[in-house]
Design a protein around this ligand. Structure first.
Ligand code: HEC
Length: 206
């Protein structure tokens, strides 16, 4: 199992290198081939991807309106409080409802207890940063792979204007203060538009 995991990581790296040389039209085919190879053709990976995309849509589609509503109602500090309660709740509810383990991770985590990436997530997040630096938009960026007896899916989350209020490099003083109180080890600031803020990370036991 350990060997397979390492092999999969290496495979991911080789593919990431290939991405640079081939056109982006070819890249998804390469990823697809690697998936088929590692799944041994036993799993319908595109159906799993479609399921994961739906779960991510419902995560973002629940959280973003709550965030916007909280800002409109009580400003950014209020929205920080709402986000810190609602985001983990949505992740828990979706995990319970879908049978996938659902979370958000980042190379620069705000919530250190839920968002610190594991070894696999770290590699994929680094690849997302590379892909973004090579001109790929965050909106459609994803990666999935069979790892041992798990199916792992990650979808990048890009930084939009709204996000800069709490993840940018010039925060309002009261926002800074509220974040420091709630997240003393916060590293999730200093982002610019279009950066990869983090990713939704989903795991399903096969
Ligand atoms: C009102 C402030 C606020 C805004 C605006 C905001 N966030 Fe956050 N963000 C937070 C807080 C607070 C957390 C920690 C939530 C928790 O404790 O789970 C967080 C956590 C995250 C995480 C989870 C990883 C981590 O570091 O904990 C991601 C990913 C994320 N935000 C992306 C975004 C994106 C993308 C946008 C814009 C669409 C955005 N955020 C806008 C406050 C904000």
């Amino acid at each position: 199992m350990e060997a397979l995991y390492i092999l999969n990581n290496l495979l991911g790296k080789v593919i990431a290198v290939k991405h640079k040389k081939v056109s982006f039209l070819l890249a998804p085919i390469l990823v697809g081939l690697s998936l088929q190879a590692s799944a041994g053709g036993m799993e319908n990976t595109s159906a799993l991807d479609a399921e994961a995309v739906q779960i991510v849509k419902s995560f973002a589609g629940t959280l973003k309106p709550k965030l916007k509503g909280a800002i409109a109602e009580g400003g950014l500090v209020n929205a920080i409080n709402v986000c810190s309660v609602e985001a983990p709740k949505i992740a828990q509810t979706l995990s319970a409802e879908t049978g996938w383990e659902v979370k958000r991770v980042s190379l620069k985590a705000r919530n250190q207890s839920s968002a610190t990436p594991d070894a696999f997530e770290r590699i994929v997040l680094e690849q997302f940063n590379e892909r973004q630096a090579n001109g790929e938009a965050a909106a459609s960026m994803m990666f999935s792979e069979v790892v041992g007896d798990e199916y792992r899916f990650m979808k990048a989350q890009g930084v939009q204007g709204l996000c800069l209020n709490c993840h940018g490099d010039s925060l309002q003083p009261e926002v800074k203060k509220a974040l420091a109180e709630r997240y003393p080890d916060d590293t999730a600031t200093g982002y610019s538009l279009g950066d990869i803020r983090g990713a939704f990370s989903l795991v399903k036991a096969l």
